[in-house]
Each structure stands twice: as C-alpha cells, then as structure tokens.
Design a protein around this ligand. Structure first.
Ligand SMILES: O=P(O)(O)OC[C@H]1O[C@](O)(CO)[C@@H](O)[C@@H]1O
Length: 540
C-alpha cells in the first residue's frame, strides 16, 4: 500500500528523466496515459507520471477510501460533517435515476417538481406570456455572488450560441459600479430581476437587490411582477416581498459552488431554454455515471485529481493554470477558483487535526490564445513550474470561421509541446548562428532563448462546446475536487474561511459610515478609515 513518502521517493528517483524520455521509452504512452468518456478525452501523458507513479497514486486513492466516500456522497450521507449535511448536487441532475434518500426521505420528487416549475416559468417568460409592465421581458438581471453568480454567469457565457431567450446580465459585487453599469441602458419595465442567494442574507446580494428594486420602481416597473428569487430561505424571500409563484427553492444539501444545476441555474434556463438546460443536466449526469463506474485509470475525475495531487502535494508546484482555448469559457477559471479553492483551501482535516501536507493549490488562468501574449513568458521561462490544464474543442461553432478554429487548436497543441520539449542551449546557439550571430554576443543572446522544458500539462479535448459537453466539464471538475479532498482527508463542502472577513466587514460598516468611532481598531485600519473620511467627507 503506497503512501506520500513512496510517491516522494518515486519523484526523487525520476530526477533527470524528462517527459520526452518517457515517450521515447514507451511508444504507447499517449494512449496509455490518457482516459476517455464516450466523447471526451483527457491526455495526461505530457507529465512525469509513469506506470509506478500512477500505481502509487491509485494505491493512495484506495487507501484513503475514496470509493467509500464516493458511494456515501451519491447516497446522500451527511459527508459535509462540519455542517451536518449531505452534498447531493448530483441529485439535481439525476434525471433518469432512481430515488435518492436524505434522512430516509426520497428527495427526487421535490427536485423534479422544482425543475418542472422552472421549466414552466422559463417557457412563459421566453414566450412573453409572463410579461413585465412594459411587455415581454427583454432582459434578465441575476443578482448573486460566489456560487450564486459564478456558475450561471460562466455557463451563460459558455453557451452563447444556444441563446434564444432574453439577454442575461449578472451583478455580483457590492461595488455600486457593478449594478450601475449593468442597469444603465436597461428598460425597468421589461427587465426581470432574479435575486439568487442560498441564504438570502448575503450582504452584497441584498444590497444590490434593494438597489435594483428602487431602480425598477423609479423606472415605472413593478417588482411584484418582475422579481423572482432563488433560495433555500422561503421566509426571507416572502419578507422581501417576492411573489411565492416566482420563488424557486432548493435544499441545504446543495452547496453554493455546486448549485448551478438547480434553481440557481434559472438565468441559464431562461437564456438557452428548458430543452438545452436538460442537455446540460444530462451532461453532468453522464459524468456522474462515468465517475461511479469507470476503473481508476480510465476514470477522468480520478485521474485529473491524481495528476493534481502529484503536481502539488508531491512535486510541490504551488499553483495550477486552467487554460481553455475556448473564448466562451473565459469565466471558467474564475468559476474553478471558487470550486477548487473554496472546497479544498483548508488546513485542517475532517477530524480537526492539522493537515500534514499542503492542501489545494492556487488555481488561475485565462483563455488561450490571449494568455500567450501575457503570462506564458513566465510559464515557459520563469524560475518555477506551473502545471497547465489546456482544454479545446475539436470544432468551433463558427463554421464559416473554421480557419480560426484550426489556428486555435494549433496554438493549444503547440503550447503543451513547447512546454514539454523546451529548447536547449545548443539549439538556441544554432538558431542564432543561422542568423549570422557569433562570439560573445551569440553566447549572451543564446541564454535568453533557452527554454528548460519538462513543464507538465494535461489536455482535455471535446467535440464541441454544447450544453451536454459543458455539463460534463463542470461535473468532471466537481468530482476532481471531491477526489482530491477525499485523499487529503478534507471536508470539501464547507467554507468557514469566508466568515471572519464577513463579520469584520459588518463591524466596520458603521465606522466607515462615521456613525461609530474608529478608536480601538488596529492602527493601520484606523489610518485607512481616517483617509477615507478626509477624502470622502465621512457619512453621507
Ligand atoms: O448564495 P448565498 O447564500 O448568497 O452565498 C453566496 C456565496 O457566499 C459563500 O457562502 C461564501 O462567500 C459562498 O460559498 C456562496 O456561494
């Protein structure tokens, strides 16, 4: 049975063996070190994972009892132990599945009933039969933050070729600039506002919701007809004055960052229609089935997780970059930052003990090819190693622009190859000599043109970015986070780390307003507040 020390020993023994060396030693490496679903392919051969490393990673997975925890998650057991809840987002996409029990009660009838209500509401809004004060809705504004924003915002952008409903906008930041820029130019009499908040108490969302309500009344709209809510807190939505027919509830066993599959996805359903939304759910469900059935080496979420653990916990690379060569996935890195870092950015294990190894890495990224002209310099020639996760579709949606897509693919493949291969000093010298350079100048210049190579990457390739494929991608990453968390012994479903800042913001509010004195706060905070008061005039 392998452990972290075995993996570290394997890593040390590898020194000097390059990734290209692994390809030279194994003609079947590309096939042997990749995994596929019916239509999606994950290539992790451009890493230093070889057969002994993979065996040791899988053994780790087995010893940490990932299979038992996976079964517990899908069965609705309260695996979110610090909150005493299940983590059952998979039930939201369990379209053809059987019953799912939480505390002995089948949750599927409720899930399907809410989905049916969402469908009727979306159909009516899209058809114009549920209309605003000024006629059919032209625009939808989703007000939410974190999981109540990033999922639908990312998915609405990703699936723009499928939009045939009202335009969707997203407001998240309490910075008034966000809502002001969004509402400017919208018709208050033809806008639907969705207040999306699991708790219906998040200060940013409630502040924005009140601002939107005032804007609507000022503009001649009617919040009683033009506001909807998505929440687990019926009492609070009623208190806010939202028509119960426009309230879509969900249970507390859906974590915020896992909630796009249910009512939090209402804006997405309004944009693409219930049928395409179903396809999105089916994509997620297909990945659930794959995750539960495929053997470890063929299991995409498991292998993606093991690659992540190898790079961060064993090799010690502090970050990982998500690089979609798909402009419509431009919000995916932000979405994954919440999914991965809020889930696994913990320093205490499930049992309260201090983790003996680093937990989740920093996740960041931007779509290619834009990133190539910004931060890839560091990825190729910087002093540290950044494992890269490339993703690309075989076909774009712009069939008349197929040459763009071919170039996009060529760039994506070129980057993973360049990172792996690098360029030696000899090759750099030869390049410059061919340009007529010689002597000391050649030596100096050549060093700048060396690429160390051996920089690892994985590539996820899919046929086309459809609702079904997007559903698979999101569920793939959700389960990857789950496996990493399970191996590390983390509770991936709580987020206590966001509480302290929220509390401090609440206590600082009156001080910034000028209604309470600044005395007693830390000297740095006090000086910053005084600066604000000097320059903004204090309370308004
Ligand atoms: O949906 P709510 O309750 O407004 O919460 C929004 C977000 O805030 C958090 O609780 C923490 O900031 C996230 O986990 C969540 O997605």
């Amino acid at each position: 049975m392998a452990d972290w020390n075995d993996l570290k020993a394997l890593r040390t023994a590898q020194s000097g063996t390059g990734i290209e060396g692994l390809f030279a030693a194994d003609p079947n490496r590309a096939k042997g070190f990749s995994a596929s679903t019916q239509d999606m392919h994950l290539d992790y051969s451009k890493t230093m994972i070889d057969a002994p490393v993979r065996d040791a990673l899988i053994a780790l997975c087995e010893s940490e009892d990932v299979a038992r925890r996976r079964a517990a998650m899908f069965a609705g057991a309260p695996i979110n132990e610090t909150e005493g809840r299940a983590a059952l987002h998979s039930a939201l996409r369990n379209l053809d599945g059987g019953p799912v029990y939480v505390d002995g009660q089948d949750v599927m009838p409720d899930v399907l009933r809410t989905l049916a209500r969402m469908r009727s509401f979306a159909d009516a809004v899209r058809a114009g039969t549920t209309a605003a004060t000024g006629g059919a809705f032209t625009d939808v504004v989703n007000i939410g933050i974190g999981g109540s924003d990033l999922g639908p915002a990312m998915a609405v952008r990703a699936l723009s070729p499928f939009h045939d409903g009202p335009r969707c906008h997203f407001v998240s930041n309490v910075d008034g600039a966000d809502i002001a820029d969004c509402l400017r130019g919208l018709d208050a009499r033809r806008t639907l506002v969705i207040v999306a908040s699991k708790t219906f108490s998040t200060i940013e969302t409630m502040t924005n919701a009140r601002t939107a309500r005032a804007w609507m009344i000022d503009g001649g709209g009617d919040p009683a007809r033009q506001f909807a809510a998505v929440s687990t807190a019926d009492d609070k939505t009623a208190e806010f004055g939202i028509d119960p027919d426009h309230v879509f509830g969900f249970a507390d066993w859906v974590g915020g960052r896992y909630s796009v599959w249910g009512p939090i996805g209402l804006s997405l359903m309004l944009a693409i229609g219930p049928k395409a939304f179903d396809a999105f759910l089916r994509g997620g469900q297909a990945m659930d089935l794959h995750f539960q059935a495929a053997d470890w080496p063929e299991n995409l979420p498991v292998m993606l997780a093991l690659v992540g653990l190898w790079h961060h916990q064993v090799c010690g690379y502090p970050t990982r970059a998500v690089l979609p060569y798909d402009q419509r996935l431009e919000r995916l890195p932000a979405y994954l930052q919440q999914l991965e870092m809020e889930s696994n950015g913990k320093r205490v294990a499930m049992d309260g003990s201090t983790l003996p190894m680093p937990s989740g890495p920093v996740v960041w990224g931007e779509p290619g090819t834009n990133g190539q002209h910004a931060f890839y310099q560091l990825i190729h020639q910087g002093t540290g190693t950044v494992p890269c996760e490339f993703m690309v579709a075989a076909t774009g949606h712009e069939l008349d622009l197929a040459h763009h897509h071919r170039l996009l693919i060529a760039n994506c493949l070129a980057q993973s190859e360049a990172l792996m291969r690098g360029r030696s000093l000899e090759e750099a010298r030869a390049l410059l000599m061919a340009q007529g350079l010689g002597g000391e100048e050649l030596e100096r210049q050549a060093r700048h043109r060396v690429f160390p190579g051996d920089r690892p990457s994985v590539t996820l390739i899919y046929p086309q970015l459809t609702p079904f494929v997007l559903g698979q991608i999101i569920a793939l990453y959700e389960h990857r986070v789950f496996v990493e968390g399970a191996v590390l012994g983390i509770n991936s479903f709580d987020q206590w780390g966001v509480e302290l800042g929220k509390q401090m913001a609440t206590s600082l509010g009156p001080i910034v307003d000028g209604t309470e004195p600044v005395q007693g706060r830390n000297a740095s905070t006090a000086a910053l507040v005084e600066y604000v008061h000097r320059h903004a005039g204090g309370a308004d």
